[in-house]
Design a binder for this molecule. Structure first.
Ligand SMILES: O=C(O)CCC(=O)C(=O)O
Ligand SMILES: [Fe+2]
Length: 375
């Protein structure tokens, strides 16, 4: 007999990620008992996985399918069309802001590897009155301060997505409200501000959410499957390298392709497939929730390895804190961690995001000379 078999990818029954019904936090007439049940399920899911399926969000499945179809139609259009909304570096004469727009195949870098994907990023628009010219002078933009670059085709994409983003912000607000309750924070206090540690703290700090809407297209990976293909070491190419999300809550919509999104379990070695469930979102928490909860809830590591059939499309929506929100561990969570003190310092979401955006495009790539990696 040879060496021990490699760590298998878990292919558990789909029910292993919990399904959470958010409708009690969307309906003004829900009972306290139904809200308590949702909050308790969220606490359990966030303590054990940091991932769950979401139902009861009120967005019809037909509409979700259309959101995927529109993104797919954009990715299937000619490269010349996609490059009309190309992302350019901030401050340059092309008018880019370093973040918004279309990123071609392999332009994104995670952990020194080029992700085998193409994508479009849209963000909350920067307040007009707070815009400053970029380093190239008037007409150029600072990082993240440019306008969104919307696909021109399909023509109906922009209107559909704008409506969808409005709806998702309502769902995001309901989830972060339920999270405040799930942590056992006291009911909303009178005269509360951004730093008041009650059940609505995440709601107040996301009331101008600096959201991100990302459309992603993944061709199947071409590296052949070896005999030990399920061993991590044998994966040299990723559709999206392992990472955690940056902010509060990610609402992921994906086409039915199985076996692509994988979640790292608490044993730090087993990857669980988080296959899509029709009509549900796959939801996970991000770094800012981990910091607020002092690590009681973890922003879970995940990755995409698409070795299946066909061109996979996913559309994650990131419901994030306000850009200027200050995030520091909640006292209640520091206590829950057993008096070991604060595991995280204080910082703004905007500061965290800026560092991440920079890393996505300007990191060194393994095996490439430095000049080449500066796209
Ligand atoms: O495409 C997916 O399933 C997940 C993508 C993802 O994790 C991300 O964009 O942060
Ligand atoms: Fe992610």
């Amino acid at each position: 007999m040879g060496a021990l078999p490699p760590t298998p990818l878990a292919t558990p029954p789909i029910s292993s990620l919990p399904i959470i019904d958010i409708s009690p936090y969307l309906s003004p007439t829900s009972t306290p008992e139904s809200r308590a049940a949702t909050a308790s399920a969220i606490n359990h899911a966030c303590t054990s996985y940091g991932f769950f399926y979401l139902t009861g969000h009120g967005i019809p499945t037909a509409k979700l399918d259309q959101i995927i179809s529109l993104a797919r139609a954009f990715f299937m259009s000619p490269l010349s069309e996609k490059n009309k909304i190309k992302r350019y570096d901030a401050g340059g004469p092309e008018g880019g802001d370093g973040a918004r727009g279309y990123q071609g195949m392999r332009e994104n870098i995670t952990l020194g590897r080029r992700d085998v994907q193409e994508a479009v990023d849209l963000y909350r628009e920067w307040d007009h009155s707070a815009k400053e010219p970029g380093k190239g002078g008037p007409g150029t933009h600072k990082t993240l301060q440019g306008p969104n670059l919307w696909p021109h085709i399909p023509t109906e994409l922009k209107d559909m997505y704008e409506e969808y983003i409005e709806e998702l912000q309502g769902v995001g607000k309901a989830i972060v409200h339920a999270m405040g309750a799930a942590l056992g924070l006291p009911e909303a206090m009178k005269g509360a501000d951004e730093s008041t540690e009650d059940e609505q703290i995440f709601v107040r700090n996301t009331d101008r959410s600096f959201w991100v809407m990302r459309m992603i297209g993944y061709p199947p990976l071409e590296t052949p499957l070896s005999q030990d293909a399920f061993s991590d070491e044998d994966i040299t190419e990723f559709s999206c390298g392992q990472h955690t999300d940056y902010g509060c809550v990610t609402l992921l919509l994906a086409d039915p392709t199985p076996g692509a999104l994988q979640v790292l379990l608490k044993d730090n070695k087993t990857w669980l497939n988080a296959d899509p469930l029709p009509g549900h979102f796959v939801v996970n928490i991000g770094d800012m929730i981990e910091r607020w909860t002092n690590g009681v809830w973890k922003s879970n590591v995940h990755r995409v390895v698409h070795r299946g059939q066909g061109y996979r499309v996913s559309v994650p929506f990131f419901y994030e804190p306000n850009f200027e929100a200050t995030v520091r561990p909640l006292r209640k969570c520091v206590e829950r961690m057993g008096g070991k003190g604060e595991k995280y310092g204080e910082g703004t979401y905007g500061g965290h995001l800026m560092g991440k955006v920079f890393n996505n495009f300007y990191s060194e790539v393994i095996g490439e000379s430095k000049g080449k990696s500066m796209l």
